[in-house]
Ligand binder design. Structure first.
Ligand code: PLP
Length: 366
């Protein structure tokens, strides 16, 4: 994954550096406006990274010790780590094998009176069945915190992700479609929560009443710098172009990859995929490590896509899950999943070459 940085992006950063106004300021405000439009929400608050947005969401909703939070078993570990960090317990739910998103039919069975929230993830840039999650959450009076870290621009039935839950989280890490280096945005339609996020990101200062310099909460320093905001704002100018290019490249993979030896990603009706990651699941008989090494020799970088979180060392030792039995699809995606190169700077020919080399390497191996 190589971020595509243009001379305009560099000029935008340089301009802020020359101004001397480095921390949260005008460009952070502009970034928040842009995200408000893309996600169609009333409030957007920029912070220092995606994990910080999830942390602020849990804290602001009063989630802590004794509470349970439902998370998909297959995601980046940060989705569950934040639950651990506020002292609550993550309750894992397996994924759907076609979309790698939470299997909504398995949510009800794990809801208890301790369940306070669910963090559905729009994995790899594809919206999960978020309307169904919202309806289950409403019935059971639990909060929905969307982990849209890698899904800016994704939609379900024309409604953008980030606008469904009480709060939503976006990341601006270099692996995402647009980046500030490190960065994150938290969105909500709830003004009271937004004021809390603004205070908590800035040492607890009352953001509604800036003249008073009143410290109303024990806050963090989760601020984003203004040059980081200017950097990502410059990329957002070509956001549609980035998503279109990625869709075109994904279509090449879908046409060229040998579907008889791997499961290709599925995009259900009513959704667009923003392709933060092009992720396949290899047939079990294929040696993934050997394939990754063979591709590396040809200058092609590939890796596994996300973790079966309960199978990672910390969660395994703490909770002792039987992952293969409890989370079969998450475990399979973790052990046989492969994320392929897909970023704005690649061409159709590059992707054709990569797909051909993958098909060839697998044939040689079998
Ligand atoms: C990237 C990512 C995060 C973490 O974002 P950071 O900005 O790296 O902290 C969390 N959840 C998911 C699903 C992600 O893809």
């Amino acid at each position: 994954m190589i971020p595509y940085i243009t001379p305009d992006d560099i000029a935008a950063v340089t301009e802020v550096l020359q101004s001397g106004m480095l921390i949260q300021g005008k460009h952070v405000g502009l970034l928040e406006n842009k995200i408000r439009q893309i996600a169609n929400v009333k409030e957007a608050v920029a912070v220092s990274n995606g994990t910080a947005t999830l942390h602020l969401a849990l804290i602001s909703l009063g989630i802590g010790k004794g509470d349970e939070v439902i998370v998909p078993a297959f995601s980046y570990v940060a989705t569950a780590n934040v639950v651990e960090l506020v002292g609550a317990t993550p309750v894992f739910v397996d994924i759907d094998s076609d979309t790698f998103n939470i299997d909504v039919s398995k949510i009800k069975a794990v809801i208890t009176e301790k369940t306070k929230a669910i963090i559905p993830v729009h994995e790899f840039g594809l919206a999960c069945n978020i309307s169904e999650v919202i309806s289950i959450a409403l019935t059971n009076k639990i909060h929905v915190i969307e982990d849209a870290a890698c899904a800016l621009g994704a939609k379900e039935n024309e409604q953008p992700v980030g606008s469904f839950g009480i709060v939503a989280s976006f990341s601006l890490h270099p692996r995402k479609s647009v980046t500030s280096g490190e960065g994150g945005i938290i969105t909500t339609n709830n003004q009271e929560l937004a004021a809390k996020f603004r205070a908590l990101r800035n040492h607890g200062i009352d953001s509604e009443n800036t003249d008073s310099m009143e410290f109303i909460l024990a806050g963090y320093n989760y601020r984003l710098t203004d040059f980081q905001a200017a950097f990502v704002n410059s990329q957002l100018e070509r956001f549609d172009q980035i998503l279109t290019q990625k869709q075109m490249l994904a279509d090449v993979y879908l046409n060229e990859l040998d579907a008889s030896v791997m499961k290709l990603p599925v995009v259900p009706d009513g959704k667009n995929h923003t392709w933060q990651t092009f992720h396949v699941v290899l047939e079990e008989k294929i040696n993934r490590a050997q394939l990754i090494a063979a591709l590396k020799e040809r200058g092609i970088g590939s890796n596994y896509g996300a973790q079966c979180i309960p199978a990672t060392k910390y969660y395994q030792e703490k909770y002792g899950f039987n992952n293969k039995a409890s989370f079969p699809y998450a475990y399979r995606a973790y052990t046989s999943g492969l994320a392929l190169p897909l970023y704005y700077g690649l061409t159709k020919e590059d992707v054709k070459y990569i797909a051909t080399e993958i098909n060839k390497s697998i044939k040689n191996d079998l």
